[in-house]
Design a protein around this ligand. Sequence first.
Ligand code: HEM
Length: 216
Amino acid sequence: MDTPFSTLIRTASHAQHTEAETSSFMGDLLGGRLAVDAYARYTEQLWFVYRALEEGAESLREDPVAGPFIRPELFRTAALEQDLAHLRGPDWRAGVSPLPATLAYAERVAECARDWPAGYVAHHYTRYLGDLSGGQIIRDKAERTWGFDRKGDGVRFYVFEEIGNPAAFKRAYRELLDGVDADDLEKQRIVDECKRAFDFNSAVFRELGGEFSLSA
Ligand code: HEM
């Protein structure tokens, strides 16, 4: 296969990306049509997903396939906890609950971390490269819509303090993807898992859309 793996995975997940990006919940959120409560509820869902990603990361540090992707400067759990304390108050932990789609998503991430490191890479890519890309658009909108301090409490999830040059980081990340030691069949399975990861995100948006529907 001549196509670099980073190109393959991006191209193959393009349709799912468009679907996630154009979900009605995201559209309403980015269109400034939802109250901050919806943004907080979404942030809660992210907390469950990143806990699974980052708890799973611990045991994968030495793994030949997933290990090189485990970079502490990407970790988001602490930033999400700061955001939630700001959004929901110091007792935020007592009030958080995963939506069914979030639970299924986090369980699948944990399962990959445990049993299939290459599958974990698919989930890692789908979230972190997205956060470094479109995540910045979401941050900008959130700051403007709900008046968070620029790069401050409420949007710390989107601020990668330790990554000075996101474009260079993404380039290096794509090189890591290109170097993944897997045969064509395994690469296809990773691509399929990436599509699944996007579908989990769309399912979370659908359920959030059900809770925060403008037409209801
Ligand atoms: C409204 C929401 C979203 C917007 C506006 C958005 C926007 C973008 C943009 C502009 C890029 C290209 C950046 C570049 O070429 O460097 C990108 C890349 C990406 N996005 Fe999104 N995105 C959104 C939602 C999502 C979601 C929900 C996910 C998955 C959880 C996601 C995952 C990704 C990934 C993995 C990439 C990297 C593609 C690659 O270069 O390999 N995005 N996004």
